[in-house]
Design a protein around this ligand. Structure first.
Ligand code: SF4
Length: 196
């Protein structure tokens, strides 16, 4: 087996482990797990919170309204989603889209760590408070920390608002979450271009 097929089979094995997982109570209410998708070996990895209703139905991350908005934001900044990898901290949908508990984040987080170890992204993006809590162990810091670079285990980590939050915030006025996100995604694009 060559290196490439070893890599792909390690990824498939991890996905199978997630499919079989019953480490936390979310296994009983899920339709299916949502592992993540995108380019393996990608330079950019975007990490959200947890699957929502559409993701739970399809088994794919960021396909509902929030995912469509994420696509628009990336397209506007000329960032190719197909060249990135997209996943969530928690792989099963929490009932009624509630925020995952600390226990669920802890129990599921090992899968995300394993994904990151395989993908080896050059840039990680935390979308919202849950990934920020997972990576940096801070609570509720997205408003203060968005638009800033941190480091996580040697990987640059950039924080941005979660698109589902932007769906609830209509304003495009200066200083609004949508306007700030426009600046943030351009900063992300600049940093990505520096990698090329
Ligand atoms: S959320 Fe994660 S830890 Fe919990 S059952 Fe699903 S895959 Fe397992």
């Amino acid at each position: 087996m060559n290196r490439e097929s070893n890599y792909q089979s390690a990824f498939q094995e991890l996905e199978e482990q997630v499919k079989r997982c019953d480490r936390c109570g979310l296994c009983s209410s899920r339709t299916q797990t949502v592992f993540g998708e995108g380019k393996l070996n990608s330079k950019l990895m975007l990490v959200g919170e947890a699957p929502g209703e559409d993701e739970d139905k399809t088994g794919r991350p960021f396909v509902g309204r929030a995912g469509q908005l994420l696509d628009k934001i990336l397209i506007a900044a000329k960032i190719d989603r197909q060249a990135a990898y997209v996943a969530n901290v928690v792989k099963c949908r929490p009932p009624n889209n509630r925020t995952p508990t600390q226990d669920e984040i802890l129990k599921c987080g090992g899968f995300l760590e394993a994904q990151i170890a395989l993908i080896k992204p050059k840039i990680l993006v935390a979308l919202g408070n849950t990934p920020l809590k997972f990576f940096l162990k801070v609570s509720g810091g997205i408003t203060k920390m968005r638009g800033q670079w941190q480091m996580w285990r040697g990987v640059p980590l950039f924080a941005m608002f979660h698109p589902s939050y932007l769906l609830r915030e209509d304003s495009r006025a200066v200083g609004s979450p949508k306007e700030l996100t426009w600046h943030d995604v351009q900063e992300l694009k600049l940093r990505l271009d520096e990698l090329n």
